[in-house]
Ligand binder design. Structure first.
Ligand SMILES: Nc1ncnc2c1ncn2[C@@H]1O[C@H](COP(=O)(O)OP(=O)(O)OP(=O)(O)O)[C@@H](O)[C@H]1O
Ligand SMILES: [Mg+2]
Length: 230
């Protein structure tokens, strides 16, 4: 469902062009739990912006469900993003002036649904991530683990096929990190495709498909038979 062919992202700063992503080929199937690892600066987040239709490649093809997004306009990209992709970031990126419920309801309302529908849906999602008692708390009243669970709820708000998570446990203690990982594993079992970037070996081994990046290139990839480790 996600296919990259000879993908480059080249930043032009000063006289020497810099290849943050340098000729990447990779495929991720529906239902995969794909894990991307690699040292700092190896191009993981840049790759995620391409897979997530936040940006287009300098060269090469990025196909999502068979559709080449490489030439799409800003509007075209955001349409695919809204339909198919949910994001989770290391820094949570919640709106500080909205409570947990409204953080999750906001993208549903932006997608054109009624306030009433959005609130109902957001409540259901926050129950699903174990935050039924924190609906009306603001981000600064929540722990890191709770904020990230709100972000998982928000990522699910428009029922995406794919969840992209860039170091979702990077700012969490090990217990909260395990909770977030478990949520992602449950979602994967329910059919969501997960793409996870992590430095954490213990988390990485839960994936069924692995890509190791170095200097913008995939230097190692593998697929585990028997699917995701439970
Ligand atoms: N907008 C930009 N302009 C110029 N260079 C950039 C830009 N964005 C990223 N880079 C460079 O591209 C390289 C890859 O960055 P990226 O953020 O993808 O790395 P990463 O693997 O996610 O690292 P980390 O593990 O630290 O998050 C880095 O050397 C970075 O400095
Ligand atoms: Mg990064």
């Amino acid at each position: 469902m996600i296919e990259l062919r000879e993908v480059y992202k080249i930043y032009r700063r000063g006289s020497v062009p810099f290849e943050a992503v340098s000729g990447v080929n990779l495929s991720i199937d529906k239902g995969d739990f794909a894990v991307i690892t690699g040292p700092s600066g190896s191009g993981k987040s840049t790759l995620m912006t391409l897979i997530g239709c936040l940006d287009t490649p300098t060269k090469g093809n990025v196909r999502i469900d068979g559709r080449d997004i490489s030439q799409l306009s800003r509007d075209g990209l955001s349409r695919i993003r809204n339909q198919k992709i949910g994001f989770i970031f290391q820094q949570f990126n919640l709106v500080p002036t909205l409570n947990a419920l409204d953080n999750v309801a906001l993208p549903i309302e932006i997608a054109g649904k009624s306030r009433e529908f959005a609130v109902k849906q957001a409540k259901d999602l926050l129950v699903k991530v174990g935050l039924s008692d924190k609906l009306y708390n603001y981000p600064n009243e929540l722990s890191g683990g709770q904020m990230q669970r709100v972000a998982v709820g928000r990522a699910l708000s428009n029922d995406p096929e794919v969840i992209l998570a860039d170091e979702p446990t990077g700012n969490l203690d090990s217990k909260s990190g395990a909770d977030v990982l478990n949520l992602l594993l449950v979602l994967n079992r329910q059919g969501k495709t997960i793409v996870l970037i992590t430095h954490d070996e213990k988390i990485a081994r839960h994936g069924n498909r692995h890509f190791l990046l170095s200097d913008g290139k995939v230097v190692k990839s593998g697929i585990k038979k028997g699917g995701v480790k439970k």
